[in-house]
Design a protein around this ligand. Structure first.
Ligand SMILES: Nc1ncnc2c1ncn2[C@@H]1O[C@H](COP(=O)(O)OP(=O)(O)OP(=O)(O)O)[C@@H](O)[C@H]1O
Length: 619
């Protein structure tokens, strides 16, 4: 099933890799080598197709983009001719370069945190008597808070549907959206949804600009196409205009698990119809043992596998008396595997080869406790926004935000509150404003002075942005403190330094403070860490593979979730199970507890998930 190349490709895969011109839809099952095919196609285009062009490769996660960049690092300079990143990062670059046409001046500053967006909306409500009166109709503070959250959700929904919600009929809804957007713009800020919405408006309203990008990016590749939503598809269509067709989409409708987030595999169908795309299937499975493939097929009888590994592997059911006992049995089994290995897993089994997946974080709590008690290393997130432990590094980040965007009143106010000083007047010179805030900062003047000195050390070097001198200032401030205070500063600085390092390696076209802060907001500066057993939700396990996979909490009501007992939701639960099962390369363990403690204190009897029953598993 393979042809001669430096990397092994099956003939199905080679046909996709060697495809040059024209729209192509690749529908590919789990383990069929989507990542390999995408990476190798980019390599093929950059190495074999003559001409001055760039390749645009859009991934679903920053992690997938990192992986693709790493695999293509050996291309040397040619690699620079590919933009590899998420659609959000691409839109950020696009708006930075050409956003003026939709009112964006320079790099868009992103308010990524829910609490910041909420504060913007609350301030906007305070400034609008009609909205304030509307909110006052809600009885108590809790009900008002809920209404504001619902408004924020509504705003996000509208922005994620730039075509179907292009016109808002409801007066109140429109007023809330305008008030919120005006509030954001007063701080010269944007939210995540704006990146796609404004990129869509920019490209669809300026066909000449879209043509420029079509000439520049002669080839467009899109990964995980089953999880596109309307805004993302709209940006892609606006980028391509009427005539550009050199788009390849790769996806697996069977792994579509973000329906709750308005994503849908329907955009793959629309792409096929609207671009008249050629359809190719990748139907081999290079990842999973026969036993695992059998369980996947029991979940979806339409999952056809043309070729698979000649390895039997194993599927087993684990039943615990309750969640604690289930956790204990899972971890017992892991320890047996560490000690004795398994003939189908080459080179023994260590923690990094194992994953324990749950439908929700809740399903993993007892297992986390058990792993901790037995000192087995594990990680719960691939990447996570680092919460600073030290005030000085936290202050420094706020200071960088306002230096990047002096109109950011929200974070100026946050810093002023922390330093117990009054907010500065509107200014264009954030460094000067910070310095006068610091000189007024009584009890925290030493810390504030260190932050100002760190900022100054960055601004001093006008030729090239470099945060390293600031890190030196922060650690030398730490050196004067007690051990207890010193340690968190060193740790926070180290994480910050790693993020800075990651940013320097990204495909971002400009290196500025605003650029760094925006990449950080998009999560693009976080490096995935994978040390120990993976303890992940099904959603965060997407795209990963492990020799040994445990899926815990597989009882009716938990997986499938009780809120998704019928219709579309139940189908999405089934796809969740399909994604979870197909993460396994060799051994698969499904488990559930016979009884479960409900949040209100009752113990409830559990029955095995229908997915366990359909797989024909019994003890
Ligand atoms: N031609 C091949 N020969 C041998 N192994 C291969 C081949 N193609 C892919 N693989 C291996 O199969 C596994 C699955 O590949 P990959 O991760 O690219 O699949 P995928 O289609 O992205 O899967 P999923 O959609 O489930 O995340 C990887 O371990 C990869 O190295």
């Amino acid at each position: 099933m393979t042809t001669e190349r430096e990397i092994r490709l099956s003939s199905q895969q080679a046909a996709v890799v060697d495809h040059v011109d024209g729209p192509l839809l690749v529908v590919a099952g789990p383990g069929s080598g989507k990542t390999r095919v995408l990476t190798e196609r980019i390599r093929y285009l950059l190495s074999n197709v003559p001409g001055h062009f760039r390749v645009l490769a859009l991934t679903f996660t920053n992690k997938a983009a990192d992986e693709m960049r790493e695999r293509l690092a050996d291309l040397g300079d040619a690699r620079q001719r590919a933009f590899i990143g998420t659609l959000h990062s691409f839109c950020l670059d696009l708006l930075t370069e050409r956003g003026k046409l939709v009112g964006v001046e320079g790099m868009p500053n992103i308010f990524e945190q829910f609490k910041d967006r909420k504060e913007i909306l609350l301030n906007a409500i305070k400034d609008d008597p009609a909205l304030e009166a509307e909110l006052d109709q809600e009885g108590d503070a809790k009900a008002r808070g809920k209404r504001v959250d619902a408004w924020l959700q509504g705003i996000s929904w509208v922005k994620a549907h730039p075509i179907t919600c292009a016109v808002i009929d409801d007066d109140l809804e429109r007023r809330v959206l305008e008030a919120y957007d005006n509030g954001l713009r007063a701080s010269n800020a944007y939210d995540f949804d704006d990146l796609l919405l404004l990129a869509y408006r920019l490209l669809s309203g300026n066909p000449k600009l879209a043509e420029f990008y079509q000439r520049l990016y002669k080839f467009v590749c899109i990964d995980e196409a089953q999880d596109l939503n309307e805004a993302q598809y709209a940006v892609i269509c606006a980028l391509c205009g009427e005539s550009f067709k050199n788009v390849m989409m790769v996806g697996d409708p069977k792994q579509s698990i973000y329906g709750f987030n308005t994503s849908s595999p329907e955009y793959m169908d629309r792409f096929k119809a609207e671009f008249s795309a050629q359809l190719v299937g990748l139907t081999e499975n290079f990842r999973s043992s026969k036993s695992v493939v059998d369980v996947a097929r029991s979940l979806d009888s339409n999952y056809l596998v043309a070729a698979q590994l000649p390895i039997q592997g194993l599927v087993k059911l684990i039943v615990g008396d309750d969640e604690e006992d289930e956790a204990k049995r899972i971890v017992d089994q892991i320890q047996v595997l560490f000690d004795s290995g398994h003939p189908d897993v080459e080179g023994g089994i260590d923690p990094s080869k194992c994953a324990i997946l749950g439908r929700t974080r809740f399903a993993l709590l007892a297992i986390e406790k058990e792993l901790r008690e037995r000192s087995i290393p594990f990680y719960k997130r691939l990447t996570a926004n680092h919460e600073n432990e030290s005030e000085v590094v936290d202050d420094f980040q706020l200071a960088l935000r306002v230096v990047a965007n002096p109109r950011d009143r929200l974070h100026f106010a946050a810093l002023a509150k922390k330093w117990k000083v009054s907010e500065p007047d509107a200014t264009n010179d954030a460094a000067k404003a910070l310095a006068s805030m610091a000189s007024a900062a009584g009890s925290v003047s030493g810390r504030a002075a260190a932050v100002v000195a760190a900022v100054a050390s960055v601004l001093r070097n006008t030729a090239r942005l470099d945060l390293m001198p600031a890190f030196a200032v922060l650690t030398s401030y730490a050196d004067k403190l007690d051990e207890d205070e010193k340690l968190p500063i060193y740790e926070d600085v180290e994480v910050f330094r790693q993020e800075w390092d990651q940013y320097l390696r990204s495909d971002s076209s400009t290196q500025t403070i605003a650029g760094f802060m925006s990449s950080k907001a998009l999560g693009a500066t976080q490096k995935a860490s994978r040390e120990g057993v993976a303890l992940l939700t099904v959603h965060s396990s997407k795209g990963l593979e492990f020799d040994v996979v445990f899926i815990a909490g597989m009882a009716e009501g938990s997986f499938p979730d009780y809120r998704s007992s019928a219709g579309r939701e139940l189908l999405e639960e089934r796809r969740n199970a399909f994604v979870a099962v197909t993460r396994s390369k060799r051994l698969l363990y499904l488990s559930y507890p016979l009884t479960r403690m409900m949040p209100w204190g009752d113990r409830r009897r559990q029955s095995p998930s229908r997915f366990i029953q359909e797989a024909g598993l019994s003890q």
